[in-house]
Design a protein around this ligand. Structure first.
Ligand code: THF
Length: 279
């Protein structure tokens, strides 16, 4: 995960100061890319402890097409609480767009089922794409997340907006376009989440894993992560060996996975670093 730390150094050294929606302030660069060969270990940040359980639970929640934080909370995942309404709703966020994108005639599209069917049937297709970016459902940035949800819109515009699969030599690769990236808090989660999704879909399609390519639009460090020595602490730490993922069971479909199916062997990270989240 040296490349993750290199990107952090890049933002510290080359980032431009910019205000942002949350009012926290950031240092930011535009247009970067990381690449992880998933056959060489699972790309989980080792220079701090990543709460893996939250990553897995969040991904299962997306795949179930859910958009309520109650299901997450019941499973010990609290990363979406800040944006939800009182009754736990987030509006039409990832799960909704992935599993039931609404068409003009009122019917819905299950992009996940469709993309897996296409990978199996037509692996060399150049349109193996899932989009969470639905302009019709975008929030109005002058309102709070909760007000947007009350009016039927997403609490937050999708940060990981679109991903594409690619099959070559019996291996499945995935590229994510992330329009906005909180490099310290969100990105370790995002890398692990898409790496996990690629492993799961590869298993379902009888393919090996290839690369996870992570492309960034606005890639930033929040000022309160830089000034609090939070980022610098992590930059002093030496990356350790990557863990390996073992999926202990092969469910009948992509929707059949459970938390206990994933075993990470050899994850021996540095201690946790607590940081404030910009809402
Ligand atoms: N908003 C911001 N500012 N950053 C993000 O990364 C982000 N997301 C999602 C939506 N809005 C965002 C939410 N994802 C944590 C991690 C991922 C999140 C939100 C919060 C977080 O606080 N992680 C802590 C504690 C984790 C725990 O123990 O539960 C950590 O130390 O990693 C990007 O998709």
């Amino acid at each position: 995960m040296k490349q993750y730390l290199d990107l952090m150094r890049d933002v510290v050294e080359n980032g431009v100061t910019r205000g942002d929606r949350t009012g926290t302030g950031t240092r930011s660069v535009f247009g970067r890319q990381l690449r992880f060969d998933l056959s060489k270990g699972f790309p989980l940040v080792t220079t701090k402890t990543v709460h893996l359980k939250s990553v897995i639970v969040e991904l299962l929640w997306f795949l179930q097409g859910r958009t309520d934080v109650n299901w997450l909370k019941e499973r010990g995942c609290n990363i979406w609480n800040e944006w939800a309404t009182e009754n736990g709703d987030l509006g039409p966020v990832y799960g909704k767009q992935w599993r039931s994108w609404v068409c003009p005639d009122g019917s819905t599209i299950d992009q996940i089922s469709q993309v897996i069917a296409q990978i199996k049937k037509n692996p060399y297709s150049r349109r193996l794409i899932v989009s969470a970016w639905n302009p019709a459902d975008l929030p109005d940035e002058s309102m709070s997340p909760q007000q947007n949800v009350e009016q039927g819109r997403m609490a937050l515009a999708a940060c990981h907006t679109l991903f594409q699969f690619y099959v070559a030599d019996g291996k499945l690769s995935c590229q994510l376009y992330q329009r906005s990236a909180d490099l310290f808090l969100g990105v370790p989660f995002n890398i692990a989440s898409y790496a996990l999704l690629t492993h799961m879909i590869a298993q379902q399609c009888d393919l090996d894993v290839g690369d996870f390519v992570h492309t960034f639009g606005d890639c930033h460090l929040y000022n309160n992560h830089i000034s609090g020595d939070i980022v610098y602490e992590q930059l002093t730490r030496i990356p350790k060996k990557l863990p390996t993922l073992r999926i202990s069971r092969r469910p009948d479909s992509i929707f059949g996975y459970e938390l206990q199916d994933f075993e990470f062997e050899g994850y021996d990270p540095h201690p946790r670093i607590v940081a404030p989240i910009a809402v």
